[in-house]
Design a protein around this ligand. Structure first.
Ligand code: NAD
Ligand code: TYD
Length: 335
């Protein structure tokens, strides 16, 4: 099988390519990635010489390139996106361009080249925000995106579904909760906090740290995508999650504990505008239909992640001293 993976130089995409090449070494993978600030070929150093792997630097909005690339492909797995909520609050333009228009280009290419099987990677954030007593999201929860990021992902989900209904394009969609693990760009909560602490810097907790997310180790997410590719029903959506709801403050304390540091390293900063209070996912459908479930306990995954960032300082120090600094200063008002 030949697979086009988009966004494979990012966090989840690079972990996916590693997962897939280990499990299915005979499959061919083409990784199309524009190498934005979030894309990094260092993430795939161990794969780059694999004879069944090819990297193409390019934009998913480049219709000629995409049409060319999909010609002999059996499956498209679409990870590429602008993925950070805070950046979408600063400026949403690239989110609409890549997440909405880019997805449209890929769907058209799949449709115009023999209705290629298409898996669309999405997020729990399209469903909106939950209160403490609300039932977790599931596949029937109405869409209610509240940030420019989640609105752009919701639009792309709707487009994928529209191509299924209108053009019979064989799509599936996964909506997953917050991922963590190696190679996550250090703007997201867990890698930002770990790397700040390694540098002796405080960690910026938004508001009172009471917001709740459901965290899943990246390999568990990718195993879920694998199960959907192999067993999922065409046209269906599958909700994936870690069954691991936890407040930001609790995570912060766990990270501090793993790193032998105290709560004096916490800095409570201004809250995110429109900060969604809680995300949680009911993953019954994926469990029943796919036989999939998350396997890695949060304590174990978090420990592995802390160790990875401690052992790979060169990877993130380069990132943290580059263009990222401008974003960071703007976000946290720091020098
Ligand atoms: P990431 O920001 O780490 O990586 C995104 C990748 O897409 C980068 O390599 C970037 O260069 C590439 N890219 C961006 N715009 C592009 C374009 N126009 N053309 C080609 N490549 C482009 O993101 P991630 O955290 O790995 O997320 C991957 C996918 O998973 C996204 O679709 C995201 O919405 C979804 N998702 C993420 C999470 C999470 O917790 N990180 C949770 C659920 C779903
Ligand atoms: P993030 O990793 O940006 O993921 P998302 O917004 O997609 O859930 O943020 C996770 C949670 O952590 C979210 O509630 C916002 C909070 N947060 C902080 O408190 N401080 C930070 O510096 C960041 C980046 C996030």
């Amino acid at each position: 099988m030949k697979i086009l993976v988009t966004g494979g130089a990012g966090f989840i995409g690079s972990n996916f390519i590693r997962y897939w090449t280990n499990k299915y070494p005979d499959d061919k993978i083409v990784n199309l990635d524009a190498l934005t600030y979030a894309g990094n070929l260092e993430n795939l150093k161990d794969i780059e010489n694999n004879k069944n792997y090819e990297f193409i630097k390019g934009d998913i909005r480049d219709a000629d390139l995409v049409n060319d690339l999909v010609k002999d492909v059996d499956l498209i797995i679409h990870f590429a996106a602008e993925s950070h909520v805070d950046r979408s609050i600063q400026n949403s333009e690239d989110f609409i361009k890549t997440n909405v228009l880019g997805t449209r280009v890929l769907l058209d290419a799949a449709k115009n080249n023999g209705n290629i099987r298409f898996h669309h990677i999405s997020t729990d954030e399209v469903f909106g925000a939950l209160g403490l007593d609300d039932e977790p999201f599931n596949e029937d929860t109405p869409y209610d995106p509240r940030s420019p990021y989640s609105a752009s992902k919701a639009a792309s989900d709707h487009l994928a579904r529209a191509y299924f209904h209108t053009h019979k394009l064989p799509i599936t969609i996964s909506n997953c909760t917050n991922n963590y693990g190696p190679f996550q760009f250090p703007e997201k909560l867990i890698p930002l906090f770990i790397t700040n602490l390694i540098e002796g810097e405080k960690v910026p907790v938004y508001g009172k740290g009471e917001n709740i997310r459901d965290w899943i180790y990246v390999d568990d997410h990718n195993a879920g995508v694998d199960a959907i590719i192999k067993k999922g029903r065409i046209g269906e959506t599958y909700c994936l999650g870690g069954e691991n709801e936890i407040t930001n403050l609790e995570i912060t304390k766990k990270i501090l504990n793993l790193m032998g540091m105290g709560e004096e390293m916490i800095e409570y900063v201004k809250d995110r505008p429109g900060h969604d209070f809680r995300y949680a996912m009911d993953i019954t459908k994926a469990k029943n239909e796919l036989g999939w479930r998350p396997k890695i306990k949060f304590e174990e995954g978090l420990k592995k992640t802390v160790e990875w960032y401690k052992n790979n300082k060169d990877w993130w120090r380069g990132i943290k001293s580059g263009s990222y600094l401008e974003y960071y200063k703007k976000q946290y008002g720091r020098n």
